[in-house]
Design a protein around this ligand. Structure first.
Ligand code: PLP
Length: 404
């Protein structure tokens, strides 16, 4: 396998026309498309073994429970974690909120500090801001250079005994910057802080080994890694998860309930109250197996080629400037053209069958730092091609001519 047409045939959605033109999907950082294996796994679940899990003593309940728990093992192995360190959540956003509302509430007090970076997605800012407000703690922000690289010297200066949590994205969805998370984690540990890595833009591109990184918490969303929406993972170190209070109360997360007192289930079930997204959990495991079959090396190689080619191609366009030129980038190209509003470019490209993202990309503070309102963002996956980039560049030039 692994010729580009073999790869593209795995994704039925790619084979269609939009506005009379072959679809070119360059909005992969927002959500990835789904391969046949994933789509079939969803159908198989509902047509063959749909059942509630962990509770029933019947055949279907056992099948569904086994599949759900097998998926947890697949994901644990993928991240080099222990199985009970893998918590199913709705996505990155819920994973971060869970940590803020449990670990954060239990460990952050007035006068403490939480550090985020200037390039964070709102979901890695707002939960910490809410916690800081509640506790009287302070949110500190690591600045970035104009290139979109993190200012690591400034980061080190911000760290102190007051720092309780450092929450940082592995890869910026708006700029494509790949942050030096290993170093960020090591430095935070020197002052006794724990680190949460937002891996929403990382798991689909990079091998992640939570033990080698020594990361305390790591969150990602299934839909960005070729799996379903509404499911994601929060990894946490076992000793931290065990010491944390529960998040939501309800079925499944309990050990024993009386009106006087409730005792809680062991991890990871302590953090999985209620009937979970069973199909999502099972199919996320299938999506991860799919990534393993394709191979992260193959994915990284293809995406690096697309990033290089796309950057070269767009640099030839008059009046275009890149937003985000960090030393290490993943396959995201953010740009602006003259003083044309990104939305206008996005709309004209859509008319030509090309899907890109425009706007602030849920990073308003980053846009403020860069003194812009938003960008056009083309984000590539391994199933995109250089030919698509050629068509995109031509369509972009045509759109610019119409808007100038
Ligand atoms: N963090 C980053 C870097 C993201 O790109 C996103 C989604 O775009 C999120 C967090 C939030 O992910 P979700 O909406 O799937 O919870």
């Amino acid at each position: 396998m692994n010729t580009i047409s073999d790869v593209r045939n795995l994704f039925p959605i790619l084979n269609q026309k939009v506005n009379g033109k072959p679809l070119i999907y360059f909005d992969n950082a927002a959500t990835s498309q789904k391969p046949k294996q994933v789509i079939e796994a969803i159908e198989n679940y509902y047509s063959q073994y749909n059942s509630n899990i962990h509770r029933g003593a019947h055949y279907l309940a056992n099948l569904a429970t086994e599949a759900y728990e097998h998926s947890r093992q697949v994901i644990a192995q993928y991240l080099n974690a222990e199985t009970q360190e893998i918590n199913f959540v709705r996505g990155t956003t819920e994973g971060i909120n869970l940590v803020a509302q449990t670990y954060g509430k239990a460990n952050v007090k007035a006068g403490d500090e939480i550090i985020v970076s200037a390039m964070e997605h709102h979901s890695n800012i707002v939960p910490w801001q809410m916690l800081c407000e509640e506790k009287g703690a302070t949110l500190k922000v690591v600045p970035i250079f104009d290139s979109g690289d993190l200012d690591m010297e400034a980061y080190e200066k911000l760290l102190s005994a007051k720092t309780k949590i450092v929450a940082v994205t592995y890869i910026s969805n708006a700029l494509g910057t790949v942050n030096p998370v290993q170093e960020i984690i090591a430095k935070a540990h020197e002052v006794g802080a724990v680190v949460l890595v937002d891996a929403a833009q990382a798991v689909q591109h990079k091998k992640i080994d939570v033990k080698a990184l020594d990361v305390d918490f790591l969150a990602f969303s299934g839909h960005k890694v070729f799996g379903p929406t509404g499911i994601g993972i929060l990894y946490g170190k076992r000793e931290l998860l065990e010491a944390m209070p529960p998040y939501m109360g309800g079925g499944e997360m309990i050990d024993n309930v009386t009106f006087e007192k409730t005792t809680f289930n062991k991890i990871p079930y302590k953090f999985e109250a209620g009937t979970p997204h069973i199909e999502g959990g099972i199919v996320l495991g299938k999506a991860i197996e799919f990534v393993q079959e394709i191979g992260l090396d193959f994915i990284a190689e293809k995406e690096a080629e697309l990033l290089h080619y796309g950057t070269q191609k767009l640099s030839a366009i008059d009046g275009l400037r890149f937003v985000g030129t960090a030393q290490e980038k993943c396959s995201v190209i953010s740009f602006l053209v003259k003083d044309i509003h990104p939305y206008d470019i996005g709309t004209l490209l859509d008319k030509q069958g090309i899907a890109i993202r425009t706007g602030h990309h849920c990073c308003q503070p980053l846009m403020k730092r860069l003194q812009i309102e938003g960008t056009c963002r083309a984000s590539f996956a391994f199933y995109n091609t250089a030919e698509e980039i050629d068509v995109f560049a031509k369509a972009l030039e045509k759109s610019i001519a119409m808007l100038s």
